[in-house]
Design a protein around this ligand. Structure first.
Ligand code: NCD
Ligand code: ZN
Length: 356
């Protein structure tokens, strides 16, 4: 037997993108946007603000606020999305796409997750929107969970696939769909089995944790997100999909910051804040799966290829240089008082470090 090749000390990748992130607004935007801009060249920015970004005009204004929150020398490009409602206007979507203001539309089933109350109550209502997206080649991004309370929360993604996604894809065979933040073997199998118009993003946290993390020694709100983490066999299926080199699985962090007091509450918010160490987190997974050579395609190639966008110029470098992730990150709120965010991997040591 030959010795395994020595572990590399550096990893250089084409500049990567995040195909699903929540950048929030106001003081929280100012606190979190630089982390994403540091890690990624571009990001698909979710529109679930309060009120949500439902029009092209609102998206253009939000883009200005994002850019204003970045360091002066930042080369980061936010890619804006529209939040679909029962009353979305296909003409505005088409105009926003033609003007280059919006890149995709996001569909939240009504009440599925944070700020989804104004989401879509019945997919059939949106057939004119889907027909427009199909015609203009604009991707539809799906939060893929049923909201039927009779369905167990751990089954809501799997039920969505058969109840809603398959019929939608059959009705609009030319529609390009990204099933966001998949959490189950069922979803990974579904994406693989479908044609070239269906892809999925995979988060770092769903590659690292299973549902036990939420209950380890007590209730752990920092591991609560939606769709909720599933059993170990699903985590393993997601890891296999992510490192497989299949071009329809790509990077989307679903970094979803909530202030610490909003997470550690009687009714805590769903969302994991992973932006500051996202690449390091994915690198840990690809290394453990002996697939570091496939990280670049997952992080930097498959996403733009699916969206029909150019690959980024330039590179980033990860060094094998252990770093301890802080337990908390402090930032000033609008009132000047300090607030805290808990980063994913807080208190752990990560083997890789993104160099500037
Ligand atoms: C997201 C948020 O907080 O905006 N939360 C989450 O748990 N992922 C919403 C979402 O993407 O479902
Ligand atoms: Zn999200």
């Amino acid at each position: 037997m030959t010795d395994p090749s020595p572990a590399p000390a550096r990893l250089t990748l084409r500049r990567p993108d995040d195909w699903h992130v929540h950048l929030r607004d106001g003081d929280l935007l100012a606190a979190v946007a630089p982390a994403t801009a540091h890690q990624f060249a571009r990001a698909i920015v979710m529109p679930n603000l309060s009120p949500p970004i439902t029009t092209t005009a609102a998206a253009a204004a939000y883009r200005e606020r994002i850019v204003a929150a970045l360091p002066q020398d930042s080369r980061f490009t936010p890619l804006l999305t529209l939040y679909l409602t029962d009353h979305s206007d296909p003409a505005d979507i088409e105009q926003g796409h033609a003007d280059g203001v919006v890149t995709a539309c996001k569909l939240y089933p009504a009440h599925a997750t944070t700020n989804a109350a104004a989401g879509v109550s019945d997919l059939a209502l949106l057939d004119p929107v889907f027909a427009t997206l199909e015609r203009i080649g604009m991707p539809l991004l799906l939060h893929g969970e049923v909201t039927d309370r009779a369905v167990d929360i751990f089954d809501r993604e799997a039920v969505f696939l058969e109840r809603h996604l398959a019929p939608l894809l059959r009705r609009f065979p030319g529609l390009r769909v990204v099933l966001e933040h998949i959490t189950s073997a069922d979803a990974a199998d579904f994406v693989r089995s479908w044609g070239p118009n269906l892809a999925a993003t995979i988060t770092p946290h769903h590659l690292h944790i299973n549902r036990n993390a939420m209950f380890q020694g007590g209730l752990r709100p920092d591991f609560y997100c939606l769709p909720v983490a599933k059993r170990e066999r699903h985590r393993l299926a997601l890891r296999a999909a992510a490192v497989s080199g299949h071009p329809r699985f790509f990077l989307g962090t679903d970094s979803a910051p909530h202030r610490r007091h909003a997470k550690e509450a009687a009714c805590g918010c769903a969302g994991i804040y992973n932006a500051p160490y996202a690449l390091e987190s994915y690198a840990a997974v690809f290394e453990a799966e002996q697939a570091l050579e496939r990280l670049e395609a997952f992080a930097s190639e498959f996403g733009p290829q699916f969206y029909g966008l150019p690959l980024n110029d330039g590179t980033v470098t990860l060094e094998r240089r252990p770093q301890l992730v802080p337990l908390r990150l402090a930032h000033p709120s609008a009132s000047g008082a300090m607030e805290e965010l808990v980063p994913f991997h807080g208190g752990e040591q990560l083997a890789w470090r993104l160099m500037t």
